[in-house]
Design a protein around this ligand. Structure first.
Ligand code: UDP
Length: 485
């Protein structure tokens, strides 16, 4: 007589808090809502272990975690870029992932869910009889671009790649200008391009996709993907978001200082300004932003990070508390004094989910990282889009063109020129009190309700995740029957 052994699901997360946070939310829901036995598997070597541990510590105790042993990337030049290193790290870690999957004390693995950088693990899932799923921590639009590069290249070899068309209209989504394309997609000679094509070629063999989006955020795209799944043109893509991190209880002292300050501000009066965990402005741009905030006359809460001194908008090295450098020291002379009372500048970090949910918060000047985007949408906070790197410009295009919950100053969404103080102040005023801004604010309110509906008892995202779990259960019992005959 067979024991009803528990469904084992492995979630394989690529490095970086921005990837791990939504995976942790997925794990939480699979356990608490569906009673699955979940293991979150992470990789060592390319993320800060303390940050990973902090993110993982919010998991329910029933979720197991496993860190794969480090692998060497020493033979690769660091110049090949962050994305390439991520893909290589995953590939080299596959033997360790196999060992964890085969060794699984809790029984057979029913499903392996990898994320964007992890699809090299899909063949392993197939080989071990597990369902192979891909979890996209970002938008439908991102999957759409990946499909596009496969269609463009058929079985072309690495030397024969072509550039994506400019502009690139995504079916059911935004029209992307060349500058809006995510990093790695703008230049076919970039070493990561070959990896992207190869990753995307594996997509057709996935059993399904989960995407951290929801039907009403990317409505036409979601419909396009649904039709393609019905026609067998692409695996089913289930929108299961928005996953917004539940705020942790043990706030740091400086974190509660932000909230206490917000408590003292009038309702709907504060602009929250943040560029995520990696965004860095130049010294000149930092000064211009300060001047723009000052000029706008609005209240603000600005998470100031160390400026970029080399022109790179991405600086993951500066982890909060990591060094003695004080980002506030880079603000223009006298700025803090002149804005005292109506502005609060904090170094490196704010409890963002709680800041966005705070009634005093009126708008978000954001780098449009997808987690920040979803957090803002879930809180009904309209945005000024100021994308910097990765797929942020595409996210900004979705927010401005498709969903209408953000305004974008032309220079911020264009080709990396300086965004002047006048433009900043004008965009802020338009968003908070202008007519165009009124439509954006209204849309943000509507989308907040839609986001809440998506995870209500009969909501679209909750149902979609339930459907996936049902498929996993069915596949597992089918394979058991096969084994017992
Ligand atoms: N975050 C935060 N406080 C900060 C900056 C970031 O809590 O001062 C959180 C934010 O709420 C989000 C994540 O860090 O959950 C950043 O993810 P996102 O995808 O927006 O951007 P990334 O940092 O990956 O560019």
């Amino acid at each position: 007589e067979e024991q009803p052994s528990q469904q084992q699901v492995m979630l394989f997360a690529s490095p970086g808090a921005g990837h791990l946070i939504p995976v942790v939310e997925l794990a939480r829901r699979l356990t608490t809502k569906h009673g699955l036995a979940v293991t979150v598997v992470t990789l060592a070597g390319m993320s800060d272990p303390a940050t990973d541990a902090a993110v993982l510590s919010s998991l329910p105790a029933t979720v197991a975690t496993s860190v794969l042993p480090a692998v060497s990337l020493d033979d690769l030049s660091p110049d090949i870029g962050f994305g390439t290193l991520m893909f290589e790290l995953v590939r080299r870690s596959l033997p360790h992932l196999r060992a964890v999957m085969e060794g699984g004390g809790g029984g057979e693995v029913t499903a392996l869910v990898c994320d964007f950088f992890g699809t090299a693990a899909l063949p392993l899932a197939a080989e071990l009889g597990a369902q192979g799923y891909v979890f996209f921590p970002n938008s439908f639009a991102m999957i759409s671009i990946m499909r596009h590069i496969v269609e463009l290249h058929g079985d072309a070899a690495a030397g024969e790649y072509r550039d994506l068309p400019d502009p690139l209209p995504l079916p059911g989504g935004p029209v992307l200008r060349h500058a809006d394309l995510p990093d790695g997609f703008r230049d076919r000679k970039d070493p990561v391009y070959a990896y992207l094509v190869e990753e995307a070629r594996r997509y057709g063999r996935a059993d399904g996709f989960l995407v951290n989006s929801f039907e009403e955020l990317e409505t036409a795209m979601a419909e396009t993907f649904k039709r393609d799944a019905e026609d067998g043109a692409f695996p089913p893509v289930y929108p299961v978001g928005p996953f917004v991190r539940s705020s942790s209880s043990g706030e740091e002292a400086d974190e509660s200082a932000c909230l206490e300050w917000l408590d003292l501000q009038p309702e709907g009066s504060v602009l929250y300004v943040s560029f995520g965990t990696g965004g860095a402005l130049s010294v000149e741009q930092t000064a211009e932003l300060a001047a723009g905030l000052e000029m706008s006359g609005h209240r603000f809460l600005w998470v100031v990070r160390m400026p970029s001194l080399d022109g790179n908008p991405y600086a993951l090295g500066t982890i909060p508390g990591d060094d003695d450098d004080d980002p506030l020291a880079w603000l223009p002379e006298g700025f803090l004094e002149r804005t005292r009372g109506r502005g609060l500048a904090v170094a490196a970090w704010a409890p963002q989910v709680r800041v966005l949910a705070h009634p005093a918060t009126a708008a978000f000047v954001s780098h449009c990282g997808w987690n920040s985007t979803l957090e803002s949408v879930a809180a009904g906070v309209p945005m000024v889009a100021w994308p910097l790197y990765a797929e942020q410009k595409m996210n900004a295009a979705i927010l401005t063109e498709v969903t209408g919950v953000a305004l974008c100053p032309a220079a911020a969404c264009g080709d990396d020129g300086l965004v002047t103080r006048e433009e900043i102040a004008a965009a802020l005023s338009e968003l908070v009190e202008g007519e165009k801004g009124g439509a954006v604010r209204h849309r943000a309110g509507e989308l907040r309700q839609a986001a809440a509906r998506a995870w209500s008892p009969e909501g679209s995202s909750r149902r979609a995740l339930g459907e996936v779990v049902g498929k996993w259960r069915a596949a597992s019992s089918a394979s058991k029957q096969e084994n017992s005959t």
